[in-house]
Design a protein around this ligand. Structure first.
Ligand SMILES: [Zn+2]
Length: 252
């Protein structure tokens, strides 16, 4: 049996019957805490890129100091921003003094203070149970903004206004909507690293918000990253034969 057979694709969740045939109850509880990336589009009205961020957060694949240290990529696990020993994703997104600047201005700050954070899936599920859909979406976008700001500080030395950045994220990304009936929407973006090997990304969704195509493309040197990302999005839609297309970037 492979993992594929344990997933209920219709409901975008684990197949409880299949799990019960293979694992004991304790193991099933552990497995059920692992979220599916396809589950999130039903829970928020935000673009696929946010769902991808949440999915990577739950998988533990974001490049936190903890992850980099465990892979022997950095000599110290200490937080790059405050110097503290806590290297977890929760610290990077919520508990670091640099991240708290964002949350102290958020209506859900009292929730973030109390949220269980032994694991990121547990954190998200707890927040989901204790908030409305709109509040949950706002918190997810703010988590994403906090990660974006953290990366700007660590890799670019950017000390811009984090509260304004988070407010811009919420205003821009909670306004995401699917395309008109029969159309697809291409969301594109550029990830500019401090060294070479930058990335362009594009995601194509249908009018139900379902992800049809997602792709990334490495580039070594381009002067106009967002334009290159837009071109990559167009190349994707042409390659896969879509003719009624909304093209949307998220340059801040
Ligand atoms: Zn810190």
């Amino acid at each position: 049996m492979v993992v594929f057979e344990l997933i209920d694709f219709k409901n975008a969740n684990w197949d409880a019957d299949a799990l019960s045939q293979c694992f004991d109850s304790d193991t099933i509880v552990e497995i059920l805490t692992i979220l599916h990336s396809r589950r999130w589009p039903n829970d928020t009205t935000c673009p696929p890129k946010l769902h991808h961020f949440l999915w990577r957060s739950c998988k533990g694949s974001l490049a936190t100091k903890e992850v980099l240290y465990n892979r022997y990529c950095v000599p110290s696990p200490a937080c790059d921003r405050c110097g503290g020993a806590n290297k977890s994703l929760f610290h990077a997104l919520c508990d670091c003094p640099k991240a708290k600047i964002i949350w102290e201005q958020h209506a859900a700050y009292f929730l973030i203070v109390d949220v269980p954070h032994d694991s990121f899936p547990e954190l998200l599920l707890w927040i989901h149970r204790h908030t409305t859909k709109e509040e949950f979406t706002s918190i997810c976008v703010t988590l994403w903004a906090s990660w974006f700001y953290r990366n700007k500080q660590v890799f670019e030395g950017d000390n811009g206004d984090p509260v304004k950045l988070a407010a811009d994220f919420i205003r821009f990304f909670t306004a995401w909507s699917p395309p008109n009936y029969g159309w697809v929407k291409v969301n594109f973006d550029a990830n500019v690293a401090t060294r070479a090997n930058h990335c362009l990304g594009g995601v194509i969704c249908d009018d139900n918000g379902k992800v049809l195509v997602a792709g990334v493309h490495s580039i070594w040197a381009v002067d106009v990253y967002e334009a290159a990302a837009a071109l990559y999005g167009i190349e994707l839609e042409v390659r896969f034969g879509y003719s009624h297309v909304h093209l949307e970037g998220d340059s801040m």
